[in-house]
Design a protein around this ligand. Structure first.
Ligand code: GRF
Length: 194
């Protein structure tokens, strides 16, 4: 386990598979004076992930992981995390499921953001299911990752009203905006003693 010395910033790795809008919000947060984190690297299973363009524009270190074999991929990721002294992994739209042993090896220091009010609507197509069930509220959740999908300890959650004229697109945009605020606040909360 990496030890934090004095007021050193917490080195984080952000894992993405696509658009990378949460990566962008985490990057902006990391650049704030009082932010406890610094982004050391971005890792992806998808070499075409749009978010890589943003990472490149900010000169972040990028690792493109060949995920044709999960066990090999995770071995490579473990080495990368060690080499870069990573203390916290932030999943931000990372579409691969991490193995039990990988999660264990990283000792509970993996966060994820999920676009629903967990424990409701684990997995994919959350907004569609919210609308089908005519739920009055939806939202997003930042949680620690454990070996069950979208089931780890909840760090922070934010609710929004589902409006009558909301469709999947509108709801996803509304929640995404909240995600961008929630992820940094959840990290602050997690390291409030730091
Ligand atoms: C977000 O809605 C996040 O909650 C989910 O995947 C989406 C990623 O979006 N896990 P982006 O790539 O950060 O824009």
């Amino acid at each position: 386990m990496v030890k934090l010395i004095g007021k050193e910033k917490i080195k984080i790795a952000v894992f993405i598979s696509g658009r990378g809008s949460n990566l962008k919000s985490l990057y902006k947060f990391s650049k704030k004076k009082k932010s406890p984190i610094t982004i050391k690297l971005v890792a992806t299973d998808n070499k075409k992930a749009k978010g890589l363009l943003y990472a490149k524009s900010k000169k972040l270190k990028i690792y493109k992981i060949n995920y044709s074999n999960r066990s090999n991929a995770e071995k490579i990721i473990q080495k990368i995390l060690k080499k870069n002294n990573i203390y916290l992994v932030c999943l931000a739209g990372f579409m691969k499921i991490l193995s039990k042993s990988f999660i264990k090896s990283f000792n509970g220091k993996i966060l994820n953001i999920h676009p629903s009010l967990l424990p409701k609507y684990k997995g994919l197509n959350t907004h569609k299911r919210v609308l089908l069930n005519k739920d009055k509220f939806s939202g997003c959740t930042v949680h620690l990752v454990n070996d069950k999908l979208d089931s780890g300890k909840i760090i922070l959650q934010k609710k929004v009203k589902v409006l009558k004229n909301d469709n999947e697109y509108k709801l996803s945009r509304k929640i995404l905006k909240i995600e961008h605020k929630l992820y940094p606040v959840a990290i602050k909360k997690l390291f409030s003693n730091y």
